[in-house]
Write a protein that binds this ligand. Structure first.
Ligand code: KDG
Ligand code: MG
Length: 423
């Protein structure tokens, strides 16, 4: 069998997705992969179209590991978000083909089911503790057993995770006096297709003060039957993160997510020295070697790479296997800015590995399901995929054409003095 054509499809059904469709010389047999990198979509699309697709034509799609290794090492300039996202698109599409060819769902190729469904989590957020409480209650009513809680921080603008990134109150941003907002906006409007990133303003002191109060409130009002956690989004210094993890101990978080920047792996030791709050990390990692020190030193409890940014299922199954040796569980990244094929790949892996922990998920709007059908389904707190051969997802190319690419950026964060901070 041979790969005959590689189609790179960029579409924006509400948000941008980069989809790879790999065609074979067997009539009707193709694979669909996701190569979406939020805010840098066209860089990945160009890498695929101009550099990677020509290398795939004529290859046997069955040789996933060899194709993976040759694309990873064969570039010489390996790694990084753009190339590893492109590689993930190829990898997931090839697993889709392998499953379809075998007549088996991908979880079966990975060893078969070890559980009936994948425990799922979703996001709750609000402007104050009672809004967050309402939001958590709403998620529990939907069936969720694990909920992430984020809250607006007084004196800051557009706090991460409150009401969704895009919503982070353009109005308050415009009136916030955040340094350089005019220069950065280039005089354009956010969301007008020529948009520049909007600028959030954030300070650690009110943040460190607010988060423990939020969880004290949630435990007091909602109780202990639901698993709760929080995403720091890489914004703290090591000692600030240690302080937060320690202050949150009484509220027994499921985990504290991404407390530190991905560059400073050794700094996780400082948090561990001070706290037993479980830690999760990984959405900004790009290879198994990024994850390795945190796993082998048992500095984290959950590894949460993005399959779409670490080269797909082939890399993730190795990370899961190493993690198993060190009591580290998987919690793969699963927000709305990666497309249904990656969400499906997440769940196929979740079902098959023994050390699965929890799975982040979103409910895709109808417009996404029209273009990219087959995302995993949610029932009573758990995610499921069907027994359809492959990943079970697809692309409607005609529908995709109705929604052309729209340039967009993630927000960025500055401190009150104007200096750049991690978003
Ligand atoms: O594009 C950035 C998002 O994927 C990220 O902000 C989401 O941190 C995130 C999460 O945990 O879902
Ligand atoms: Mg996160």
């Amino acid at each position: 069998m041979k790969i005959t054509e590689v189609r790179v499809i960029v579409t924006c059904p509400g948000r941008n997705y980069v989809i790879l469709k790999i065609m074979t010389d067997t009539p009707g047999l193709y694979g669909v992969g996701d190569a979406t990198l939020n805010g840098r979509e066209l860089a990945v699309a160009s890498a695929l179209e101009n550099h990677i697709a020509p290398l795939l034509i004529g290859r046997d799609p069955d040789s996933i590991e060899d194709i993976w290794q040759s694309l990873f090492r064969g570039t010489y300039w390996r790694g990084g978000p753009v190339l590893m996202t492109a590689l993930a698109g190829v990898d997931t599409a090839l697993w889709d083909i392998k499953g379809k060819r075998a007549g088996l769902p991908v979880y079966s190729l990975l060893g078969g089911k070890t559980r009936l469904g994948a425990l799922a989590y979703t996001h709750a957020g609000g402007r104050d503790v009672s809004e967050v409480e309402d939001s958590v209650r709403e998620k529990i009513a939907q069936g969720f057993k694990v909920v992430r809680a984020q809250i607006a921080i007084p004196g800051t603008v557009g706090t991460y995770g409150v009401g969704g990134a895009g919503e982070a109150s353009l109005a308050s941003w415009k009136n916030s006096g955040t340094p350089w907002q005019d220069e950065l906006s280039g005089g354009g409007e956010w969301g007008d297709g020529g948009a520049m990133p909007y600028v959030e303003r954030w300070e650690p002191t009110p943040y460190l003060h607010t988060i423990p109060k939020l969880f004290a409130h949630l435990r007091d009002k909602i109780g202990w039957d639901v698993e709760l956690f929080h995403d720091v989004h890489e914004r703290l210094t090591p000692i600030q993160a240690a302080r937060l993890a320690k202050d949150l101990e009484p509220y027994r978080l499921f985990f504290l997510e991404d407390p530190l920047r991905p560059e400073h792996k050794e700094s996780f030791r400082i948090i561990r020295q001070h706290s037993t709050t479980p830690l999760a990390m990984g959405e900004l990692f790009h290879t198994k070697w990024d994850c390795l020190p945190l796993i082998s030193e048992q500095l984290i409890d959950f590894i949460r790479c993005d399959l779409g940014h670490i080269g797909g299922i082939t890399e993730a199954k190795k990370i899961a296997a190493v993690s198993e040796c060190y009591y580290v569980q998987t919690a793969w990244h699963g927000p709305g800015d990666i497309a249904p094929p990656t969400h499906a790949a997440n769940v196929h892996l979740d079902l098959s590995v023994p050390n699965f922990g929890v799975q982040e998920m979103v409910f895709f709007p109808d417009i996404v399901q029209e273009v990219l059908p087959g995302a995993p389904t949610f029932k009573d707190g758990y995610l499921h995929v069907t027994d359809a051969p492959g990943l079970g997802t697809d692309i409607d190319e005609e529908a995709a054409k109705k929604y052309p690419y729209e340039r967009n950026y993630l927000p960025m964060t500055r401190r009150a003095d104007g200096s750049t901070h991690d978003w």
